[in-house]
Design a protein around this ligand. Sequence first.
Ligand code: NFE
Ligand code: MG
Length: 473
Amino acid sequence: MSTIRLGPVTRIEGHLDVEITVDSDGYIQEAASSGTMFRGFEAMLQGRDPLDAVHYTQRICGVCPISHGMAASMGLEAAFGAVAPDNGRIVRNLVLGANFLMSHILHFYHLAALDYIDTTGIIDITPWIPRYTTPDMLKGSDAVPFVQHYVEALAIRRKAHQMGAIYGGKMPCSPIFVPGGCTQPVTSENISQFRSLLTGIRSFISDVMIPDVLAVAGVFPDYATIGQGCGNLLAYGVFDLDSSGTDRLLARGRYTNGSLSDVDPGLITEYVKYSWYTPASGGANPSEGVTTPDPDKTGAYSWLKAPRYDRIVHETGPLARMWVNGDYTNGISVIDRLAARALEARKVGDAMNGWLDKLVPGAPVYHRALSPEDGTGVGLTEAPRGALGHWVRIHDSEIASYQVVTPTNWNASPRDDDDQMGPIEQALIGTPVADITQPIEVLRVIHSFDPCLACSVHMVSPAGDAKRFVVNV
Ligand code: NFE
Ligand code: MG
């Protein structure tokens, strides 16, 4: 048996350490996933004007800020009793869609692709080195197109941000989100500017990205069974198609123990037995959640809490969304996560083109809404990486409590109070590792989830203050 710790895991957002134990046959027997930073956004929000939540929470993460702006707006809308007019709803969807496309292209080319290609002799400078290079990687002339597309994808991501900024005002963090709609008027000019950028991005997704993902799938067939994980999938749904919030481009639902069912937010609990928070153990629905750090807690090994649905471990992300919506049910694995993400990018891009036709220049984008003195709200939506929820309680017109549960909270969670491993931990168990000095298989599994730790522990710890933990819990 050998135990190694990868920390920090690179080509993800934020600080994740993973510790694995590999047996003498080369298979992973133990895995622990540790979020190594505490951030404390939830504590920062207490006592502030409820409207601040839309802007503060977008600073949780530069990769998926729009999702936080959306979840905060939706949570406040529930508390304010506000409903956005159609134009406002569609504009918000378009800005969120722009962020999804930017993030999915970022993930495949700039975070995941280097797990599958060896650029030695093609390009030997950062960001292509230093990294693992293993004999199974695409190399030479097979790798050249990926290097070209890596560079092209940078320009496409810039276009996606330019597109989002047409309605978002700026990207990454957008000031236009507000409970009751948005503050950006619709004109025929901004519709055509948006469409022109969208057309180029959709072509890149269809003509370059999807073929590249399928090429990786063809060369790495073992990864269609590696990294299966817990097998349960959760999606809150996203891109409301009407003002009632029931018809969505990607539906709300879950796939638990082999069957599809509805989602009852009351059954979501965050456990803390192995997380650096008080109390010692136990769980709470986020509506009653607290975030009280306890960095010296015995037995804990992560700054992530462990969210569970009805005490059951669930994975979230593009595969969960596409599965629940019936768009993709091939399997649950490393390759299936990459494939579902690319196909979702095409689906969202196509839908955005249709939404532009539904905008009405000059029609209202905002219905005025004011904060109640006391109230509660939940905003459930989707970030590029999966199900995102914001829970707010307002008292005396100030935020009394704010809880954020992000997709990576679900996927990179530590063990829960029932000692069940989180989805990434489970996906690592049984993964073969050919060369423990270059454990590329571990990165392929972790990267397939596209983890973002900045989102999940929401504080910057002073340099050198990383916590060590013992894996055999
Ligand atoms: Ni920082 Fe985030 C997304 C959210 S992550 S990237 O997508 O919410 O778990
Ligand atoms: Mg939280």
